[in-house]
Write a protein that binds this ligand. Sequence first.
Ligand code: AMP
Length: 210
Amino acid sequence: MRIVLLGPPGSGKGTQAQKLGRNLGLPHVGMGDMLREALKNRTSLGERAKEFMDSGKLVPDSIILELLGERLEGTKEGFILDGFPRTLEQAKRLGALLEKERENLDAVINLKVREETILRRLPGRLVCSECGKVYQRANLSSSTQRCPSCGAPLLSRTDDVSDTLKKRIEIYLEHTHPLIDYYKKKGILQDVSGEGNPQEVFDRIVKILN
Ligand code: AMP
């Protein structure tokens, strides 16, 4: 199965993609995660991506496509893609890549959330520095600074601060939102409410995929 998760920052794409990947036994390909990993490992791609990520802008396609190409090579059985595509150009690139393999996307899940939900979720987001699991500060006991799953330190994302956040939402509306119509016209878009807790959202997605 080849699934794309679409949605604004804070809609829960990463959380749901991780859960779906585990549940369906498919690799989770998270573009933002791959970029943060490249940055952490100080690779040249990571260094080149840094200034764009820090300011909430889109990283140039030359970097994105190099990372994606390498990662998709080992995913013959399918994937759960989150954070890519983010522009019409990227969507067309993905279509061309799959066509070469005589494959298609099976579903594009569009996570819909209210702006007030985004603005509440993102400043409270904590990410595990090791396993990448995402938590809400309000859902953890106040003394917890470590990942309940693997015990590594939890960190805030440097791009979850207000100015960068505003820029990321603007970029979503200008460049990524048009993908909803693009995939709707292809007949593979499924709208899912991203409101509520992660398990509730996950159950909605599974119901639709079934
Ligand atoms: P995310 O973790 O999906 O919120 O992505 C974090 C940041 O990585 C974004 O704000 C962009 O700077 C960069 N990024 C992630 N995916 C892409 C993409 N498909 N194209 C360009 N930049 C991206």
